[in-house]
Design a protein around this ligand. Structure first.
Ligand code: YOG
Length: 134
């Protein structure tokens, strides 16, 4: 029985979001706004099908995928780079590899108690975010 990510999750804190955004080439003005945001994630999980809606007052991002099935990701409203992405289980962790222009790009989600963790990776930068169940 895999982990259950279903629910609404509110941003609590993050570490090295600046480094992650710099690695993605996000410009100064956008970074200043982005680091003030407290996004909310709504995750829907049904068997191997997921959708993750990340919303904020500035930009929002939607992605849907099936475990193990590669999909085209456009990162619209983020860095706009296209990637070939695939998400797999690593025990109870959800691991996404985003293959494209940026080396070592991807993310990992896991749950601890009523907290949702997100590790965002790009090149040599790692950003960690914590969300709490709404
Ligand atoms: O989540 O990929 O849950 O897609 C990473 C932002 C900031 C826009 C957020 C908007 C990277 C300006 C997406 C923030 C910086 C800065 C709220 C994280 C790029 C642009 C959308 C993500 C995964 C895992 C699902």
């Amino acid at each position: 029985m895999p982990a259950d990510f279903n629910g609404t999750w509110n941003f609590m804190n993050s570490d090295n979001f600046e480094g992650y955004m710099l690695a993605l080439g996000i410009d100064f003005a956008t970074r200043k706004i982005a680091k003030m945001l407290k996004p909310q994630k709504v995750i829907k999980q049904e068997g191997d099908s997921f959708s993750i809606h990340t919303t904020s007052t500035f930009r929002s991002y939607f992605v849907q995928f099936k475990i193990g099935e590669e999909f085209e990701e456009d990162n619209k409203g983020l860095d706009h780079r296209k990637c070939k992405s695939v998400v797999t289980w690593d025990n109870d962790k959800l691991v996404c590899v985003q293959t494209g222009d940026k080396k070592n790009r991807g993310w990992t989600h896991w749950i601890e108690g009523d907290e949702l963790y997100l590790e965002l990776r790009c090149e040599d930068q790692v950003c960690k975010q914590v969300y709490k169940r709404a």
